[in-house]
Design a protein around this ligand. Structure first.
Ligand code: ITT
Length: 192
């Protein structure tokens, strides 16, 4: 089977493809959409609806995700991609996060990923995954994308960027949300 994914982010697309072996994952740019909802689910629905109209009869999905830092009241949250302004720049975002956490002992954080799905008949579903951990005091590792060089998942000593794709794609927020999404796609589940 195949599934269309509404994203501009090639790293997300790569991870989704790796996490869903056996499903043909095809990127489709939701150009022009404004992600102005107040939560991850709302923004994921905005993105998936923008492409699903082109793929009637097939499944479409969108991933809206972000990093929530306890000591920052959940920021950057839904603003993760553009935390330090436009255009999106991960190095600048990570630098700002480190600056905002200078001298802060409580480093607890979590990633959240919400997957919005539109099925072949236009039915809509939501799946969510979280990964808890902490923010390092300096960047470490070259893998992954976004905040991966700063995020150490619970139970690990290294950042996502050091742990590498194989490990990340088993324990990440995205892996967890996609496990739920896969159940919906393959078995069907009550619509939201
Ligand atoms: P699309 O909307 O086009 O899919 P985007 O990158 O703008 O791409 P989001 O609006 O969902 O996507 O923002 C997600 C941001 O959260 C992303 O740019 C990263 O900064 C961060 N993020 C999400 N998942 C991450 C992960 O697995 N590792 C590191 N950072 C992540």
């Amino acid at each position: 089977m195949k599934i269309f994914v509404a994203t501009h982010n090639k790293h997300k697309l790569e991870e989704i493809g790796a996490i869903l072996p056996g499903i043909e994952v095809i990127g489709d740019n939701p150009e022009g959409v404004v992600e102005d909802a107040s939560d991850f689910a709302g923004n994921a629905l905005i993105k998936v609806r923008a492409i699903a109209k082109r793929h009637k009869g097939d499944w479409s999905m969108a991933d809206d995700s972000g990093l929530e830092v306890a000591a920052l009241g959940g920021a950057p949250g839904i603003h993760s991609a553009r935390y330090s302004g436009e255009p999106t720049d991960s190095a600048r975002n990570n630098a700002l996060l480190l600056k905002n956490l200078e001298g802060v002992e409580d480093r607890r954080a979590n990633f959240t990923c919400v997957i919005a799905l539109v099925g072949p008949d236009g039915e809509e579903y939501i799946a969510e995954g979280k990964c808890f951990g902490r923010i390092e005091k300096a960047l470490a590792g070259n893998g992954g994308f976004g905040y991966d060089p700063l995020f150490v998942p619970d139970g690990e000593r290294e950042t996502f960027a050091e742990l590498g794709a194989e490990k990340k794609n088993v324990i990440s927020h995205r892996a967890r949300a996609l496990a739920e999404a896969k159940k919906i796609i393959t078995k069907g589940k009550p619509a939201v």
